[in-house]
Design a protein around this ligand. Structure first.
Ligand code: FES
Ligand SMILES: [Fe+2]
Length: 321
């Protein structure tokens, strides 16, 4: 099997697999101690819970016994999750530690667990298609909790697109004119770090109503930090972290914070502006296919760069075989 499916013009089978990386699955405040919930990500059903000691854990949803979904009415018991159907309990490593009506636990009574971490007010899963350990640390948003920055505002939006195609959008200067109706698209530059890991987008909106400079740091598909400066001390950060629900649906989570100096100037309207922008893209995303091998023209340099950069996040099983 190959990680990238061969191209064919059907919406159901041209989209790529899921890239490796960190992906948010919940806001921290949405997961209370002792709570278990259902998460859909990577075309899988998962069970997310917070243990009594406060640690978030994530595992495959379906119980190895008779297949109940442990994220739906599963019960947190200490550091374990108890299946709602017959009470089998599983620990953080996925081992069954108790069957209430039997003193012998079958060796194969296990569920797959996923590496889970919490930062930036979010709970993240490390996804790797072969289950390998994290290859890079989770980025920390240094502005959160800093008294010079406002408490975060949140917004969520589900988009009908593959996670790769969403990040591609910000490396696509031409579409701002056609899709977003911007006549005067500020000059942009897309670059990749020397080591190839991060992608950077720089915009210099000199002629905007409020002139500003934007820098977007893309860690991986689905994780980007956008810093906008309107002058010394007048700064804004929008952190975008995504949950790939399946190949054609992605949940975007934004976290916005601004310097106290501009607290009264930038707030809800910034969030509303972002959501309005996404709504312009919506009909394109809802109806397009993912082009595995697009025909690019000479001026599509930033798109070509993006496609080269994004390949590192996919595991091509053919290469490993
Ligand atoms: S299905 Fe989970 S304990 Fe029976
Ligand atoms: Fe767009």
């Amino acid at each position: 099997m190959s990680a990238i499916i061969e191209p064919c013009e059907s919406r159901t089978n041209t989209t790529p697999e899921f890239p490796m990386g960190w992906f948010s699955v919940a806001r921290s405040h949405e997961l209370q101690v002792g709570e278990a919930k259902r998460v859909q990500a990577f075309d899988r059903e998962l069970a997310l819970y917070r243990t009594r000691s406060g640690k978030p854990q994530i595992q495959d949803a379906f119980c190895p016994h008779l297949g109940a979904h442990m994220g739906v009415n599963g019960r947190v018991v200490g550091e374990t999750l108890r299946c709602p159907f017959h009470g089998w309990r599983f620990d953080a490593e996925g081992a069954c530690v108790e069957i209430p009506y039997c003193d012998e636990i079958p060796e194969r009574a296990r569920v797959r667990t996923w590496h889970c971490e919490e930062a930036n007010g979010e709970v993240y899963i490390w996804f790797h298609p072969q289950g390998l350990a994290p290859k890079w640390p989770l980025p920390e948003l240094r502005e959160l909790g800093d008294p010079q920055w406002t408490p975060p505002r949140y917004a969520e939006f589900e988009v009908p697109a593959h996670i790769q195609d969403i990040a591609e959008n910000s490396c696509d200067p031409v579409h701002f004119q056609y899709v977003h109706g911007q006549q005067d698209v500020p000059p942009s530059e897309v670059t990749v770090d020397e080591d190839g890991r991060h992608l950077h987008l720089h915009l210099d909106a000199k002629n905007a109503a409020v002139p500003n400079k934007l820098h977007s740091l893309v860690e991986s598909p689905g994780l980007a930090t956008v810093r906008t400066s309107y002058g010394p001390g007048a700064e804004m950060v929008v952190y975008n972290s995504a949950q790939p629900i399946d190949r054609n649906r992605t949940l975007l989570r934004w976290t916005l914070t601004v310097r106290r100096e501009i607290e009264d100037l930038a707030g809800d309207e910034v969030m509303n502006g972002i959501i309005a922008g996404i709504q312009d893209d919506y009909p394109i995303w809802a109806n397009k296919v993912h082009k595995h091998k697009p025909i690019f023209c000479r001026e599509d340099k930033t798109l070509v760069l993006y496609r080269k950069w994004v390949r590192q996040f996919y595991v091509d099983v053919r290469e490993l075989a």
